[in-house]
Design a binder for this molecule. Structure first.
Ligand code: AMP
Ligand code: ZN
Ligand code: MN
Length: 944
């Protein structure tokens, strides 16, 4: 009987073991499957810091920016301690506020404490603290699931109360406490403040001024130990469990035990500090005998404390990613194991370690995780020793290494979710599909954060993308093509981010905010301005609903500056047509293809002839202008576009055979349109929807006079309007890209493709996009006019072209790499249209290789002010003609015609004071102005 039972038990145990083995293998298999799926765990796993809207220390390689004080001189660089003067003053003249004797103090910790988690509560606390002479502080950090770590809790204790501040919930509002911390007349007591002081700077721009550090007091008093646990025990008879220090302080609600621990860390500090100051004073009294400085030791304790405050938080920047960790692993291995040292000397071993450390480092930044969470040191060593050759071998080596090393129960999975969801490129790296380590960064950026990247963009990793060019050119990559592709990645990602952030929600055009890089609100604006900055990597998203961005450069003007037109401007944005105030675009009443050729002094009425229109009115006005352009073309006998004459002998369409009887309505195709269509057909023709393919084919056919086209024709169409130099570049590029088997499409086509791919832009945004493309063409024409440029006023920059920087950007240089934070306005024009390397080559120079229809008129061979992309040549000929025939009056009349066209098409009801078709500039109220008394009555009536 008994043996039967035994047998049964044995069988049971065996089957349990088998089952668990089976489950384990299933688990592994599922994991392995998962790791091939390539979707990022962060798509489903959420972390508390994802709710932070403003992050001062992001995961990029950009240096940390310290607080700039409002009252400080603007010239002072941001990497000077903002409170240096105050702290220096304290070093020589400490302000200790320990009046009452320790024995008067109440040591007991009552049950109640104050949990601070809302802004009003925090404000109330700030008010309370402002009245204190001294308070105690401690912070708890979280570092496992974050790259740089963040403050998860702040404990503040006064004589009366213990406050626990939820610094996760209040992350974006902690600045409320800035002033009490920097107030030199309030003493802050910490124990071992070295790190806290830096963490507070890093997360909240909080700077401690007037610190008393009880650990420094230990040093001065030559205490046998300097730990807080020691002080708690000797002064207060309180024992603490310091193991709780390493708990996950992100937990909410905090377990009771952790609350108690956290309170304890701050609660007794005031008492301890009082005791220690009393001791130090005693010591001074004893030992100052015969010395001048009666407060020698007190001074010393204060000096040492306040010296801590002078430290500045910085991000560690390595020469190349993961280098420091790799060197330390290699040297540790060399020293640690005598027998394995031959391993460590092995170049392959070292190479694998460097690769893995670089990968780990970049993945940690991208996913905002600590290095150890991404990939453990033992796993790296094991991989370098074993050099596995398949994905599953890689996987098992890591698992085994972590299992072996699991001395202290690691509370996180191995391999990490980062490894599991991105095993593919770890594999590539490991199996040397990525030959050059320098290529790793662009590859990771591309696959993780690029267009359709696997991983979510956040305030933490987005700047990594933005600053990648800088990082690449300065440090990791010196090679040209590397940085170029990173630039493309960046641009795409900016766009993607914008689409992700701002689409699919009810449109909010007007209450978008723009912050300066110190966090001060600059202005409210529309989305387009936000997009403008994001596209150029000049800003980062700090809020999504309603959208807000922070500029990555120092704007030239601030709202508090006098006469800040930009600020005022942003407040009265309404469509001059219908009064719509929610969205608007700039519209140029006189098309720039003409205006750019006007004599300088006739160009000066820019603001008069650039108005704001809502999307609908913009379309109406634009259509009317295009129609009128064709009328002008017919009237002056100057076609809008260059046509392909070289192939005219093949032309089948009889209406197109005679150059002199051109139908101006369809006189040609713009080179940009032509090339875009041809490129798209060559690259994606086979996989395009038939309808789209047909449309594009029609465009190219029109260029060839309507005849059927061949692949050769498509190839030739790519070169239309290019100089031989540009042709060579394109050919070279195409050759390269074909070799790399990587699709690179010329900008226009790419843009359209993006829209289709994402498909989430709201309708309104689509229309804006259309408007944007239109203006980019126009921009191409006007942008080379230097005088239109930017002068110094903020408004200037705002009003020249649709796409210009709303805030003028100082300084010069480095548009190309987009790495400088400060640009010259004129360069901004350039950036504006150089949306891409290719469009730059297209637009930079103008050479007509196919002569235009009216071959008679001599064309400038190389005129940087002219572009074949728009109606530039047409405009020039028309304006030249007018000037020749009618002089400047002719130009004035020509302008009036355009204003007339505009007024007739849009019937504007909200034109500003002084607006007039004749634009004498002398009358206060134009005929069409809202301020015109007669007009005002009718528009008021219309509104009600
Ligand atoms: P404390 O100054 O003791 O309150 O510690 C503040 C924070 O520093 C803790 O929340 C931890 O995140 C971190 N910390 C301090 N010491 C250690 C340690 N020995 N190991 C891990 N983390 C620590
Ligand atoms: Zn990911
Ligand atoms: Mn603590």
């Amino acid at each position: 009987m008994e043996s039967r039972l035994k047998l049964r038990a044995l069988l049971m145990a065996a089957s349990l073991a088998a089952l668990s083995l089976f489950l384990a293998s299933q688990y592994r298999r599922r994991r392995r499957q998962k790791l091939r799926s390539g979707s990022c765990y962060l798509r489903t796993d959420s972390k508390p810091q994802q709710s932070f809207k403003r992050v001062l220390a992001d995961n990029s390689y950009a240096p940390f920016k310290h607080l700039k004080r409002k009252d400080s001189d603007d010239e002072i660089s941001s990497n000077v301690h903002p409170y240096e003067a105050e702290i220096m003053a304290l070093l020589n003249n400490p302000r200790l506020e320990f009046k009452n004797r320790p024995d008067d103090m109440d040591l007991t910790m009552k049950d109640a404490y104050v949990w601070v988690e809302t802004v009003p509560q925090l404000e109330e606390l700030a008010d309370i603290l402002a009245k204190e002479r001294v308070f105690a502080v401690d912070t708890e950090q979280h570092s496992l699931r974050s790259y740089l770590g963040f403050t998860a809790l702040m404990q503040i204790s006064t004589q009366e109360e213990d406050y626990l501040i939820d610094t996760i919930a209040l992350h974006d509002s902690m600045g409320i406490l800035r002033s009490v911390f920097s107030n030199p007349s309030i003493c802050k007591v910490f124990h071992g403040a070295d790190n806290d002081v830096l963490w507070l700077q890093r997360d909240f721009h909080i700077y401690v001024v007037n610190l008393f550090d009880t650990a420094k007091a230990c040093d001065v008093l030559l205490k046998p130990q300097r730990s807080l646990a020691y002080l708690l025990e000797t002064y207060c008879g309180v024992a603490t469990n310091k193991l709780l220090q390493r708990e996950d302080w992100r937990q909410r609600p905090l377990p009771e035990e952790m609350v108690l621990y956290a309170r304890t860390d701050a609660h007794y500090l005031l008492y301890i500090a009082h005791c220690m100051v009393a001791e130090i004073r005693e010591r001074d009294d004893e030992e100052s005998f015969g010395r001048d400085d009666k407060l020698h030791f007190v001074l010393e304790a204060c000096r040492r404390s306040n010296a801590i405050c002078l430290q500045l938080y910085t991000k560690d920047i390595e020469a190349s990613p993961g280098e420091a960790a790799a060197s330390s692993l290699i040297s540790r291995h060399l020293n640690g194991q005598g027998s394995a040292s031959s391993d460590a000397l092995d170049t392959q071993f070292q190479d694998v370690i460097r690769r893995l450390c670089a990968w780990r480092e970049l993945m940690a930044r991208v996913h905002d995780e600590s290095l150890r969470f991404v990939l453990s040191d033992p796993a790296i060593l094991a991989l370098a020793e074993k050099v596995p050759s398949t994905l599953s071998e890689i996987f098992d080596t890591m698992t085994q290494a972590d299992l072996n090393a699991e001395s202290l129960s690691a509370s996180f999975p191995s391999p990490s979710p980062v490894v599991c969801s991105h095993m593919d490129h770890l594999g590539h790296l490991f199996l040397k599909k990525i030959g050059d380590l320098n290529d790793l960064f662009p590859v990771i950026l591309q696959t993780c954060l690029g267009q359709n990247g696997s991983c979510p963009l956040t305030v933490c990793n987005y700047p990594l993308l933005v600053n990648s060019t800088m990082k690449l050119t300065n440090r990791v990559l010196s090679r040209q093509n590397g940085s170029k592709s990173a630039k493309q990645v960046t641009r795409k990602a900016s766009r993607q981010l914008f689409v992700q952030k701002f689409s699919c929600k009810s449109p909010v055009y007007h209450n978008c905010r723009i912050y300066a890089n110190d966090g001060r609100l600059l202005c409210y604006s529309d989305r387009r301005k936000l997009e403008w900055y994001l596209r150029r990597d000049l800003a980062k998203v700090v809020d999504d609903d309603p959208p807000a961005i922070m500029l990555l450069f120092e704007p030239k003007g601030r709202p508090e500056d006098e006469d800040n037109d930009f600020y005022i401007q942003s407040k009265k944005n309404i469509c001059v047509g219908c009064g719509e105030g929610n969205h608007y675009l700039r519209y140029r009443i006189i098309p720039s293809c003409y205006r750019m050729h006007f004599p300088e002094h006739l160009k000066s009425h820019r603001s008069h002839d650039i108005v704001l229109l809502c999307v609908d009115c913009h379309e109406v006005a634009h259509a009317a202008a295009e129609k009128y352009k064709r009328q002008v073309a017919a009237e002056f006998g100057v076609p809008l576009f260059v046509r392909n004459i070289a192939d005219s002998k093949d032309v089948r369409d009889p209406s197109e055979t005679s150059e002199l009887t051109v139908n101006f309505e369809q006189a040609g195709v713009s080179p940009l349109e032509l090339r875009t269509a041809a490129m798209a057909l060559i690259r994606h023709g086979h996989k395009m929807p038939p309808k789209r393919r047909e449309e594009l084919t029609q465009v190219v056919m029109r260029f060839y006079g309507g005849r059927e086209i061949t692949n050769e024709d498509l190839e030739r169409a790519l070169l239309v309007g290019m100089s031989s130099h540009e042709r060579k570049r394109l050919e070279k590029k195409r050759g390269l890209s074909l070799k790399r088997n990587k699709a690179e499409v010329i900008p226009g086509a790419e843009q359209k493709k993006d829209d289709n791919d994402t498909g989430v832009l709201s309708i309104a945004a689509d229309q804006l996009e259309v408007g944007r493309l239109d203006c980019e063409k126009e921009g191409a024409e006007s942008s080379f006019i230097s005088d239109e440029g930017c002068g110094n006023s903020l408004l200037h920059c705002d009003s020249v072209a649709e796409e210009e920087a709303p805030i003028s950007i100082e300084n010069d240089k480095n548009i190309e790499s987009n790495k400088s934070e400060a640009f010259n306005c004129e360069d901004v024009h350039a950036v504006d249209i150089y949306d891409d390397e290719e469009s730059r080559t297209v637009q930079n120079e103008v050479v007509g290789i196919h002569d235009s229809v009216n071959g008679g008129a001599p064309q400038p061979k190389h005129n940087p002010k002219l572009s074949l992309l728009g109606h530039g040549p047409h405009g020039k000929q028309v304006v030249d003609h007018i000037l020749q025939e009618y002089g400047e009056d002719g130009i004035r009349e020509f302008c009036q015609r355009w204003r007339q066209v505009f007024v007739e098409a849009v019937q504007p009801r909200f034109l500003p004071a002084g607006w007039d078709i004749k634009h004498s500039g002398r009358r206060d109220f134009g005929e069409f102005s809202v301020y015109n008394p007669a007009k005002k009555a009718s528009s008021d009536a219309a509104r009600t």
